[in-house]
Ligand binder design. Structure first.
Ligand code: GLC
Ligand code: CA
Length: 560
């Protein structure tokens, strides 16, 4: 297997708005990140991914970009960005930025020109269509019944030209028309601007959505809904590969950088075209099949056997041809300790057991800010305390449908993206040490119990466990390049696997349940002296092929 720096790296995702405020305005910023780089470095991080920091009216917190070559005022200036980049490099880390190719803000100059008139030279840079009309030719409905991912119609009416534009995400995020070569080139120019600046790569936002279904047909609608979830029409569509190929060739393909695409809807069968060593268009993708197993409204209980099937499919599927990006949290998902784990009685145990479960597989692991201290979901009583455009839309639409306030809040408590966007909990000081002012979003009230400062001092903290785990991975190549093999396939409580590299072998056991779990009939013996990592105290034991794991216990043994 080819050895490359990014295969050996540990990634850390920063949501700038909520990481560290440096000037007391309550909003995290680039200088704030600079202040915390030593912390990130000491954790053992090699690559930092920052969510969008470009100029933006913040309808979707920076994912609606109005100028790709300017920095959001809230976050600082281009000079601050240059400082951040050089401070990251000074510490021998890399910086990747979040590039958004699928859409811009409606306030981007390109869109402003596009909406001006039907003959605007940029009209075709976005996706404009006539609505459905009545006999007299009057527009009466959207061009089709597609629902936006953030709720409501995926089309927005524009009075001036009596047409609709497509927005797969919010109304302020019009989709760029990737069929138009001028628009594509304009996007490539933005990407190259950042590459020339010397950044180390990209996380590529929503990249599986750039191609839309030809002719924009209605979704089948047996339940006669007003709008129908429309992923089948704009996610991983036929014909996307040539677009991705050109994207790569005209931009990052020319540079020694790393790329990780956000690739919702891509299955292992097509992974070769996305990340295969020869045919791939990017180095890694974030796939979502495993996170899809959990759902706030229908599927609260994690099915461990299913989880093993999904992740093993990806591990074995990319073996010797491609590379996984490993993650269990990001800024779009609730906190994993509150969903898959148990943020109550087994908070520490489940945070660390989940960690060992995903982190030691083959791939480049990413940690989302706060995950390393076991930050949890939050429960605000009022919708006013929520910020996320999709949470607000969900609340508004369900209220219109007559759903009681309390029922909607219960859904948001479990699933809102804001669960992972509350300010980083640095200390037990006021506002968790995030800001000296009033934070843009309320701090999770549990910051006195869960914060970095306390956990740095405590050898038995979630943070200390992460540090030990990262160090162990770095000191033993088997955790990077070793082959993954699932064991105890049908066990309903335990996720366990081996990693093998030539004559070296290790085994990772994680109990993901709230009950004791027995592993017996193992094909090998475990010796106490070979215990490499554990989240709970382990008493000396004889060589054995049977162990009992306490609730959410995790252990790693060397086998040879
Ligand atoms: C991605 C981002 C998410 C954003 C969306 C639209 O899914 O991770 O935060 O809202 O794309 O850009
Ligand atoms: Ca600030």
């Amino acid at each position: 297997m080819k050895k490359i720096w990014w295969k050996e790296a540990v990634g850390y995702q920063i949501y700038p708005r909520s990481f560290q405020d440096s000037n007391g305005d309550g909003i995290g910023d680039l200088q704030g990140i600079v202040q915390r780089l030593d912390y990130v470095k000491e954790l053992g991080i090699d690559v930092i991914w920052i969510c969008p920091m470009y100029q933006s009216p913040n309808d979707d917190n920076g994912y609606d970009i109005s100028d790709y070559q300017a920095i959001m005022d809230d976050f600082g200036t281009m000079e601050d960005f240059d400082t951040l980049l050089s401070e990251v490099h000074k510490r021998d880390m890399k910086l990747i930025i979040d590039f958004v190719p699928n859409h811009t803000s409606d306030e981007h100059q390109w869109f402003v020109e596009s909406r001006e008139s039907k003959d605007s030279p940029k009209r075709d840079w976005y996706i404009w269509r006539d609505g459905k009309k009545d006999k007299s030719g009057k527009t009466i409905a959207e061009p089709n019944n597609w629902e936006s991912i953030f709720g409501g119609s995926a089309w927005e009416y524009d009075e001036k030209t009596d047409q609709y534009y497509l927005h797969v995400f919010s109304t302020k995020q019009p989709d760029v028309n990737w069929e138009n070569s001028d628009a594509r080139q304009a996007i490539y120019d933005q990407v190259n601007y950042w590459l020339d600046k010397g950044i180390d790569g990209f996380r590529i936002d929503a990249v599986s959505h750039i191609k839309k279904r030809k002719k924009f047909p209605d979704m089948p609608n047996p339940k006669k809904k007003k709008y129908v979830s429309s992923f089948d029409m704009h996610m991983n569509q036929k014909g996307i590969q040539p677009l991705l190929k050109e994207f790569k060739e005209k931009t990052y393909g020319q540079y020694d950088v790393m790329t990780v695409g956000e690739a919702n809807g891509v299955s292992i069968d097509e992974a070769d075209l996305w990340v295969g060593e020869k045919k791939g268009k990017m180095d890694m993708i974030f796939q979502f099949e495993h996170l899809g197993l959990w759902d706030a409204e229908t599927n609260l209980q994690l099915d461990i056997v299913e989880l093993k099937k999904v992740l093993t499919r990806w591990q074995k599927g990319l073996e010797n041809n491609g590379w996984n990006a490993l993650f269990i949290e990001n800024h779009d998902k609730p906190r994993v300790v509150s969903t898959w784990g148990n943020d109550d009685e087994f908070w520490y145990e489940s945070a660390t057991s989940m960690a060992a479960m995903y982190f030691l597989m083959q791939g480049t692991p990413f940690i989302y800010q706060g995950q390393e201290i076991g930050m949890t979901n939050v429960q605000f009583d009022s919708i006013d305390d929520y910020d996320d455009v999709s949470a607000k839309n969900l609340y508004r639409i369900r209220r219109e449908d007559g759903v009681p306030h309390d029922d909607i809040m219960r859904i948001l408590w479990a699933s809102s993206r804001d669960n992972s966007r509350t300010p980083m909990q640095w200390s037990s000081d006021e506002q968790a040490g995030f800001t000296t002012g009033l934070p843009w979003m309320k701090v999770n009230p549990n910051y006195k119990e869960i914060n970095v400062e306390d956990q740095l001092k405590d050898e038995d903290s979630v943070l200390s466990f992460y540090k030990r785990m990262i160090e162990m991975k770095k000191n033993n190549e088997v955790f990077t390049y070793g082959t993954y093999d699932l064991i105890l396939d049908e066990h309903h409580q335990i996720y366990a696997y081996t990693r093998t590299l030539e004559d070296e072998q290790v085994v990772i056991f994680t109990n993901l349940s709230t009950k004791d779990a027995i592993c017996d009939d193992l094909d090998f013996t475990l010796s106490f002296d070979n215990l490499m990592l554990n989240n709970l105290p382990v008493t000396t034991h004889d060589d054995t092929s049977t162990i009992v794991l306490k609730p959410y216990e995790a252990r790693v043994y060397k086998l040879s």
